[in-house]
Ligand binder design. Structure first.
Ligand code: URA
Length: 434
């Protein structure tokens, strides 16, 4: 077999065999296939697409290109959750303790942020003392003892994806449904949980802008998960505007804490309860998602979910004050308000634009190697459909470097557009694919 023939075959729009896909993934992971040939194949896949069967083989080959975690020593049905990436998405910090408080074990590996999207591991690291890397035995022990652990994904999970994702990022081949599916599902399948709930983001701040493409992605991921023997559910959710109000690491952790205490923004609370309901269903704690929703509401309202969060944070080394069980998060030195210069109904609060503005404050990275400012970010005070008067505060920008704040303000204002007529609020949950 040789790479030239494989590239030619895909370029002509033909279907690759399992053996050809395995040859590519294994050769590229080992460094035997150079980046220029891998790039050519990615571009051919981008234009000619892959069938569902090819996508399954691609996923399977990537899943087995690194470690496959065995979580069988953890009791119960382990349920993982994954978001395809968005702005202000702190749902894991809320959903995981709700679900764990209901008795479904969470043994989760999460990633870091890149570009305009954030990552759970960066958010958790804004809690002073919090350890995101644990030895495998400690990870398993913690889940068996307290029902929850979230750690950073090791370098050895889906090794091929690590290399390929970086290559896709610089060859304009990220937004292909088969490549996104195999990238996400190879990591989820290798991470060892028994069931997976996928939050597929749809809108201007997501890879998938249209509902049709988000549905296609959701359906493909669900069928790949099922073919691998895992119960998989996809929830298509809106990502036209940021989720909740906070964008930026410690700001998002604070919002997650507020939500767990019952004082968070209603959109994020509702999404978390719905995601939790499907995780409880996948974990076989309940027979229907409505029962799951009821159980999740009880865990939230009783304070059990917040208690579980505090237990989880303390167990992973995070500092929690003894008496009131509070967490002191880092605070930025400067804040500036973004004031509305016009009046009207908010027609857009573009998630991607807010994500980029937040990146300018120092909260996000441009390359994987960049360090980030955990206290920086943006609080957005208005949502699509709100009526805004001249002089109202649209957002507050936080940071530690004044020039960065200036740049962020300049970018953030572009996210807001106004119209004269009232417009409907966007539904947050668009579709469930089971
Ligand atoms: N997230 C991933 O992990 N991979 C993709 O290709 C897109 C989003």
């Amino acid at each position: 077999m040789n790479m030239n023939d494989i590239i030619f075959k895909k370029r002509q729009g033909n279907v690759l065999t399992r053996k050809e896909i395995e040859f590519f993934i294994s050769g590229y992971t080992k460094g035997e296939i150079p980046d220029y040939q891998a790039s050519a194949l990615l571009m051919a896949i981008f234009f000619q697409k892959m069938t569902d069967e090819e996508t399954f083989y691609f996923t399977d080959a990537m899943q087995h290109s690194g470690d496959v975690i065995d979580l069988s020593s953890i009791k119960g049905i382990k349920v993982d959750k994954h978001s395809t990436g968005g702005v202000g998405d702190k749902t894991t910090l809320i959903v995981a303790p709700i679900v764990a408080a209901c008795g479904v074990p969470i043994a989760k590996m999460s990633g870091r942020g890149l570009g305009f999207t954030g990552g759970t591991i960066d958010k958790l690291e804004s809690i002073p003392g919090f350890q995101t890397s644990l030895e495998p035995e400690d990870f398993v022990k913690q889940v068996n003892e307290i029902g929850i652990s979230v750690i950073g994904q090791t370098a050895h999970i889906a090794a091929a994806d690590k290399k390929l994702y970086a290559l896709r990022d610089v060859t304009a081949t990220v937004d292909n449904i088969s490549l996104i599916t195999s990238s996400i599902m190879s990591k989820k399948l290798a991470a060892g949980s028994d069931a997976i709930v996928l939050d597929v983001k749809c809108g201007k701040g997501a890879f998938m802008e249209s509902i049709e493409s988000a549905e296609h992605l959701g359906q493909l991921m669900v069928s790949i998960g099922k073919a691998a023997g895992k119960k998989t559910i996809a929830v298509i959710t809106d990502m036209n505007q940021p989720l909740g109000n906070a964008v930026g690491n410690s700001l998002e952790v604070q919002e997650a804490i507020d939500t767990l205490k019952g004082n968070g923004p209603k959109d994020i609370e509702e999404l978390c309860l719905r995601l939790a309901s499907y995780m409880l269903l996948a974990g076989e704690k309940v027979a229907t998602s409505d029962q799951g929703y009821e159980m999740a509401v009880k865990a939230l309202n009783s304070g059990e979910a917040y208690k579980k969060f505090i237990e989880f944070v303390k167990r992973q080394g995070g500092e929690v004050s003894e008496g009131k069980k509070e967490i002191q998060l880092p605070k930025a030195s400067y804040e500036r308000k973004l004031i509305a210069k016009e009046e009207g109904y908010l027609f857009e609060v573009e998630a991607k634009q807010i994500g980029m503005a937040s990146q300018h404050t120092g909260a996000g990275r441009e390359t994987k190697e960049d360090s980030i400012d955990l206290s920086a970010g943006i609080l957005v005070h208005k949502k699509i459909g709100d009526y805004v008067k001249k002089g109202d505060c649209l957002a507050t920008v936080y940071g530690n470097v004044e020039e960065k704040i200036e740049k962020a303000l300049f970018e953030a204002i572009k996210a807001f557009s106004f119209c004269k007529e009232p417009i409907e609020k966007l539904p947050l949950i668009k579709k469930i694919i089971e």
